[in-house]
Design a protein around this ligand. Structure first.
Ligand code: HEM
Length: 449
């Protein structure tokens, strides 16, 4: 089933329809006669284990059209690399993402969340765009922690470049016909401009760090020092890594936070419960990492937001050999997608699947469910290295903002769009009302900016 146009217009709707009509594994054929492409989408959680667990994950490579396009445009960083290169990169970067390292990032996370709170206190209309706000916040956090730089100057470049490159990945990933990237079409020229702006931004960040005597121990410092010490990483690898982490380190977390706040703004009961927890656990003080780990209900809210709106709605691979997934034959060389978007909305796994209900994530209910019914962070050896980082950042942000504000989302739903990732199609307006009495650290530590 399917057509390229449908895929580009609404891959989410097509995924749900594919499941309704085709079930656990659906074969899509796109393109014109003579130039057809087929691929498969796996809608059953058994497929998650089959495709992503070691050692079988080696039979499903990141060589899908989608990942090839991503490699072309974003380079060969940790998200896109494979084999020995990937292993070397993962071992090199992993120490920055151990539980202990991540807990150590809580202070900049708190400060960036408090900066948003101060700005909202000074927002006369009390109407904010959650998407823009959360994107700026998560970029601020990632830029400080991973690259030791302040984000505001990066924002305009990323706002220009990421949507263009994301759309190009989707287009190249699903189209049966590939227009060579060297042809001077308006689309290719737009992509080249976006690439060049993004590369320029990354190179400037790298060059600045090269001029300081001590490169430091953050991601950028480690990358720069590694090159100087033992030629562990090439110059191009540093840029590819910066590019991939710029994207992966903020865009997905922003989407999870945006939808968590939007959903809280729709459900006063859940919002009150999450706020009670924030006040009970954090009091009026500055949150520590161990406080944040006790925010169990807030974490459930985030898990439910990531279920309803998985920031990576499809994970794609290419089958090396003919194989069987969920009992279906997948031919050698076929692209095969795992669909968090569909699996997260299956009524047999998630009764009333479109309803927002954080209690789905109580430990008892998690135990009763299929182990892979929820996988917004992927799974297995290629699972998200930043899961703990993202959850810590998002929980501390929600708790700080809930302590300060009440949220009210307008009626209606948020239109969605998919490029490389899932995003709201436009602004996500929300009314934020300052709470009385105001009692948090925000007022002690920050001046209005
Ligand atoms: C809510 C937030 C996030 C979501 C939903 C998310 C989702 C994912 C998913 C689904 C994958 C696996 C992709 C695949 O199998 O094809 C992945 C991989 C990855 N993510 Fe995340 N991510 C998030 C936050 C982060 C953060 C904060 C960082 C870094 C600071 C990060 C860095 C990475 C990297 C480097 C990989 C590739 C890991 C490897 O293959 O070794 N992510 N992420």
């Amino acid at each position: 089933m399917g057509s390229t146009r449908e895929l580009l217009r609404d891959p989410l709707e097509l995924g749900l329809r594919g499941y309704a009509e085709g079930g656990d594994v659906v074969r899509y054929v796109v393109g014109l006669p003579g130039r057809r492409r087929e691929f498969f989408t796996v809608n059953h959680p058994d497929g998650v284990g089959e495709l992503l667990n070691a050692p079988r994950h080696l039979d499903y490579r990141k060589d899908s059209e989608f990942y090839r396009a991503m490699r072309d445009l974003y380079g060969n960083g940790l998200v896109t690399s494979q084999d020995e290169t990937w292993l070397r990169q993962r071992r090199f970067i992993q120490p920055l993402f151990t539980p202990r390292s991540v807990d150590g990032y809580v202070t900049p996370m708190v400060e960036e969340a408090e900066r948003v709170a101060v700005r909202w206190h000074n927002c006369p209309s009390h109407l904010v765009d959650l998407d823009g706000e959360m994107r700026a916040l998560t970029l601020g956090v990632a830029a400080r922690i991973l690259f030791g730089v302040q984000a505001p100057r990066m924002l305009p470049v990323l706002r220009m470049a990421l949507p263009v490159l994301g759309r190009a990945v989707l287009q190249r990933g699903v189209s049966a016909v590939r227009i060579p990237s060297t042809w001077p079409t308006p689309g290719n020229r737009r992509i080249a401009r976006a690439e060049s702006r993004l590369d320029g931004l990354c190179d400037a960040i790298i060059e600045r760090r090269r001029t300081v005597a001590e490169p430091g121990t953050d991601l950028l410092g480690r990358l720069v020092a590694a090159r100087e010490d033992g030629d562990t990483l090439s110059t191009e690898e540093i840029r590819d890594q910066v590019k991939v982490f710029l994207l992966a380190g903020h865009d997905t977390t922003a989407t999870m936070l945006t939808f968590a706040l939007y959903l809280l703004g729709k459900d006063a009961g859940v919002q009150d419960r999450a706020r009670d927890e924030a006040e009970r656990v954090l009091g009026a003080g500055t949150p520590t990492a161990s406080d944040v780990h006790r925010l169990t209900y807030t974490t459930m809210v985030l898990e439910e937001a990531a279920r309803l709106y998985p920031p990576s709605p499809y994970l794609t691979r290419r089958a090396v050999e003919e194989s069987e997934v969920c009992g279906y034959r997948i031919p050698a060389g076929a692209d095969v997608n795992l669909a968090p978007w569909v699996i997260h909305h299956r009524a047999d796994l998630w009764p009333d699947p479109f309803r927002f209900d954080p209690d789905r994530f109580t430990p008892d209910r998690v135990k009763e469910r299929h182990k892979y019914a929820w996988f917004p962070f992927g799974h297995g050896p290629r699972g998200c290295i930043g899961q703990r980082f993202a959850m810590l950042e998002a929980a501390v942000t929600l708790a700080i903002l809930l302590r300060e504000f009440e949220f009210r989302s307008p009626p209606g739903s948020v239109p969605l769009t998919v490029d490389l990732l899932l995003h709201p199609a436009g602004e996500v307006p929300c009314r934020v009302r300052r709470r009385v009495p105001v009692h948090s650290a925000v007022h002690r530590t920050h001046q209005p900016s």
